[in-house]
Structures are given as structure tokens and as C-alpha cells.
Design a protein around this ligand. Structure first.
Ligand code: FES
Length: 108
């Protein structure tokens, strides 16, 4: 298996509704993950990019949280509509999507 050039982790953490931190599962993370997989399929990037479910990545208030390595760029409040932009700009052209990047005091 070739080593991926980029590896995306999508938080799919679940917690009880009453939990004070909330969770990405309450913010549509499954639809975000599904859109990443759909884009992978459409673009046939299986040899270059990996997408993996993740537990909590830390900034729960920013969910759905997504981190891209090797750059360690954290995106927050990601929706399915944002995923194609992450592919077009970051994954294919190495341009961080600044409007989705979490603040540096959250991930810095
Ligand atoms: S639950 Fe997703 S970042 Fe914590």
C-alpha cells in the first residue's frame, strides 16, 4: 500500500446530548465523512489520499472538526458543502482554506 500524500481525519465522536462539551456527532459529522468518501470516489484518489474516522480531535466547540496531515491544519465547523473546496484548494493545490481554519488559540 502506498503511503498517502495527505491524510484526513474526520471527528465522528459521539457523546450523550447532555454532555457539556457536545460532540461532532451532533453537528453532522457523518454527512461530512460521507462527502469526503464521495469526493475520493469521484476523483479516484485512493492511491494518494487517506480519509479516516477519528475520535475527538480536541476543539469540540468547532465541530465538525477535520485535520489534514502532514500539514496539521485543523478545519472547524466543516459542512458537506465545504468538502469539495478542501479537495480543490488544499488537497490538490496545497492552499489552506483559511475561512475554515480554526483560530490559532484553538489549534496553534
Ligand atoms: S467531539 Fe469532535 S473535536 Fe471533540
Amino acid at each position: 500500500m502506498p503511503k498517502p500524500q495527505k491524510h484526513i481525519f474526520v471527528c465522528t465522536q459521539n457523546r450523550p446530548e447532555s454532555h457539556p462539551r457536545g460532540a461532532c456527532s451532533q453537528k453532522g459529522c457523518t454527512a461530512v465523512f460521507d462527502e469526503f468518501m464521495k469526493q475520493m470516489q469521484q476523483r479516484n484518489l485512493w492511491e494518494k489520499i487517506s480519509v479516516t474516522y477519528s475520535g475527538c480531535l480536541g476543539p469540540c466547540s468547532q465541530g465538525t472538526s477535520v485535520v489534514v496531515y502532514p500539514e496539521a491544519v485543523m478545519y472547524g465547523k466543516v459542512t458537506p458543502a465545504d468538502v469539495a473546496t478542501i479537495f480543490d484548494e488544499h488537497l490538490m493545490n496545497n492552499q489552506v482554506v483559511e475561512r475554515l481554519r480554526v483560530p490559532s488559540d484553538v489549534w496553534g
